[in-house]
Design a binder for this molecule. Structure first.
Ligand code: NAD
Ligand code: MG
Length: 390
């Protein structure tokens, strides 16, 4: 039996992972499941799979989790230290599906025990790509991409040599607002930004898709994961979300990956890699689809994308600042304190401010320094939002 842990088990990626495990329960022994406020879901899944331990991110919910697991023999724990401890428990395959920078420390702990980390948590690569990749190399662990675009690139590279790659093209649906006039975006609401035309995902990544911050993170994720130059990475708007990525080789050939927009595809590929097993995803009928549409991202419409290239050019701990600022800007948008288009502006301001004030961007890439930059970025955004309000 393969030992499996899922961090962020109660979220969209976590539940899709559990759906796949449920189809072949006898093959898996679940070690740890983690969640946040949805204690009922966490406890129910932990009981169903007879997990060794269930962890909520929130200390204040521990008693409730204990009560929900009473009599099951399953350990209950809470908080970030408990998450790190659980990630260090021996497992063969660990899903990293926490949303945000909070996924970094458990991801590193999982790599240190040399297991395979299925990485949905793109934020950890954006904050600390070199640290994550070096930790994997040092402990003989493997990272498999779960983001659909990166899984697509990974699959297109099977049997190929990265030196022969000329460019990597990741596609973007354009999110909820792809056909909106730019002027209308100023007053876009949370409800409008929270409905994705093609994918059913967690709220934060759905809003990030509408603003293209998600694609900005994914461009950086591509650089960190595949080790290519920023100039080799392109974004192509493809409203149907059927072609997930394309890899261009030096002979001009393009290899692409197509599939229905269903995350169980990329999760299942990572779960069964290097084998392919039957997956419960819809099969594409291209004759019924008829046409595939592509267009270049409109210049000026997606400031987040431009910021991603600035961040890669600057290097150092800039990714941690970018991600922390962007996460905090999203918190403010969700709370109704910041307009949709202002998220990119305050993120850019935070980057500029930390570069001039703190000068810490070139410090060593350790977990402590990454966390410090993340904190500073969030504080810079808070100050900027307060100034705007005042
Ligand atoms: P989600 O919001 O649905 O779920 C997030 C999970 O993380 C939940 O279990 C939640 O309890 C937990 N969590 C939230 N904050 C936490 C914290 N501070 N500490 C510990 N746990 C915390 O998110 P999602 O859509 O499943 O996305 C998860 C990750 O996968 C993100 O990094 C996202 O960018 C990435 N991803 C998601 C999709 C998708 O289809 N949903 C696709 C590609 C990549
Ligand atoms: Mg993606």
């Amino acid at each position: 039996m393969r030992r499996i842990s899922i961090f962020g088990a109660t979220g969209s990626i976590g539940q899709n992972t559990i759906d796949l495990l449920r189809r072949d329960k006898a093959a898996y022994q679940v070690v740890a499941l983690s969640g946040g406020h949805n204690i009922a879901r966490l406890a129910q899944d932990a009981r169903e799979f007879q997990a060794e331990i269930a962890i909520t991110a929130h200390d204040a919910r521990l008693d409730e989790l204990r009560a929900a697991l009473k009599g099951s023999g399953i350990e209950a724990a809470a908080g970030s230290r408990a998450l790190i401890e659980a990630a260090g428990r021996p497992a063969d395959w660990i899903m990293s599906a926490i949303v945000g920078a909070a996924g970094l420390a458990p991801g590193l702990a999982a790599l240190k025990q040399g297991s395979t980390l299925a990485l949905a948590n793109k934020e950890s690569l954006v904050c600390a790509g070199p640290l994550l990749m070096q930790t994997a190399a040092r402990y003989g662990a493997r990272i498999l991409p779960v983001d659909s675009e990166h899984s697509a690139v990974f699959q297109a590279l099977v049997g190929e040599r990265i030196e022969e790659v000329e460019r990597i093209i990741i596609t973007a649906s354009g999110g909820a607002f792809r056909d909106w006039p730019l002027e209308d975006l100023k007053s876009a609401t949370l409800a409008q930004a929270s409905s994705h035309p093609n994918w059913d995902m967690g709220q934060r990544i759905t809003v990030d898709s509408a603003s293209m911050f998600n694609k900005a993170l994914e461009v950086i994720e591509t650089k960190e994961f595949f080790g290519v130059d920023p100039a080799q990475i392109e974004v192509l708007v493809h409203p149907q979300s059927l072609v997930h990525a394309l890899v261009g080789f030096r002979d001009g050939a393009l290899m692409s990956h197509l599939g229905a927009p269903d995350m169980r595809h990329a999760i299942g590929y990572a779960l069964h890699w290097p084998d392919r097993k039957s997956l419960p995803v819809a099969r594409l009928d291209l004759a019924a689809v008829g046409q595939l549409e592509f267009r270049a991202p409109e210049q000026g419409r997606y400031p987040a994308l431009r910021l991603a290239y600035d961040v890669m050019a600057r290097g150092g701990l800039c990714g941690a600042v970018f991600n922390g600022a962007k996460e905090r800007a999203l918190d403010h948008f969700i709370a109704g304190r910041l307009g949709f288009l202002d998220m990119a502006g305050v993120t850019e301001d935070a980057l500029a401010q930390i570069e001039t004030d703190a000068g810490l961007i070139d410090d060593a890439m350790t977990l402590e320094n990454v966390s410090r930059m993340d904190d500073l970025a969030r504080q810079a955004v808070d100050r900027r939002v307060a100034e705007k309000a005042g």
